[in-house]
Design a protein around this ligand. Sequence first.
Ligand SMILES: [Zn+2]
Length: 368
Amino acid sequence: MPLKCNSFAATQWLSGLPSATAILLGPPAVEARSSGDGRGLGLFAVRDIPAFCQILSDAPLILMKPGEDLPELYKQFNGITKDDQEVYTSLSAHDNPARDALVKDKLLQRGFDQDELEQMAKVAGIMQTNAFNVDLQDGQGSCHRALFPNVARTNHSCAPNAHVCFYPPGDQSPRGRIVIHTLRQLRRGEEVLISYFNILLPRSERQSKAQKWGFDCRCTVCDEESPEHHRFERQRKVCREFTTRQTSLTQSNTATMKSINSMLEKGQLLVAEFESCAELFPAIPDLYDGLGMLRGKALMVQKREAQRQDVILDLEKSVTWEAKITGKDSPATQRRLQKLVQFAAKRRSNATPKIDADESGDLSLVWP
Ligand SMILES: [Zn+2]
């Protein structure tokens, strides 16, 4: 599954011992240690950490181009330092004897040395378990496979307290990097949990995705015995339905103001509910975007110029929420900002607003 810098496309996380590839911000805010419940290592806060803080930035240990195969992977593995190789081989791989046998068979056919097969199969298994697709924004889509050693041990929850985002290559990170931001305040000793897949999916689909990663999700949302299980599932269902209906309404040629207003009302209730649930924050930028689209539709139907400002307000919220969750410079924030600028340009000059933080860290947009 591709890792994109928006909402939930992140697939899989690992976690972190500091290594040469990691860019930790000041004193490390997190450490990798045993989860103590049979789930292996996890990432834990070493001090209280406020909401919307970047807690980890990690460069890929291995980055494979589209179409590259195990021999290229093994070559890269042999090209990294011994310390990094140790970090790599300390990562877990799901037991899959059938996969290993197939890999070894293929390697033998391609003339690889019998002595190397075991190690090559292990390297392949770790990559398969821990790497994910990333979009380097080089026009090839989410086709590169990357393994981030410090993100690699972060465990999953469908009610995450942190969010992951991939930044494509730039000056500071020539091969791209992955960052984790907190969604709410973390207490010292609390485990950092991220979602490997879209948490808005229904439970059955989340479970089948989790099983592909080799585990059964037993998070609070998936626990059917939990008194709040049905509320959690309902929130996700209502959000999926809103997105579907909002999209079809904004594309419809026969939308009436009555249907638009009814959908706006539903969307506003939903966003208010999501704004009080940290684990659902990553869905909020898209919700505000959806509200903006609906108000844009109302503008087309009624042609009341005052409605344009309402669209701008929703798109601004979409930008500031995305900036909180993925960072002010993330590709997702920049994309949302561009959308806002394009819309606002119809009334103002082609100015781009600045994302400003006040003393408490709250973000707002300042137009020039
Ligand atoms: Zn779950």
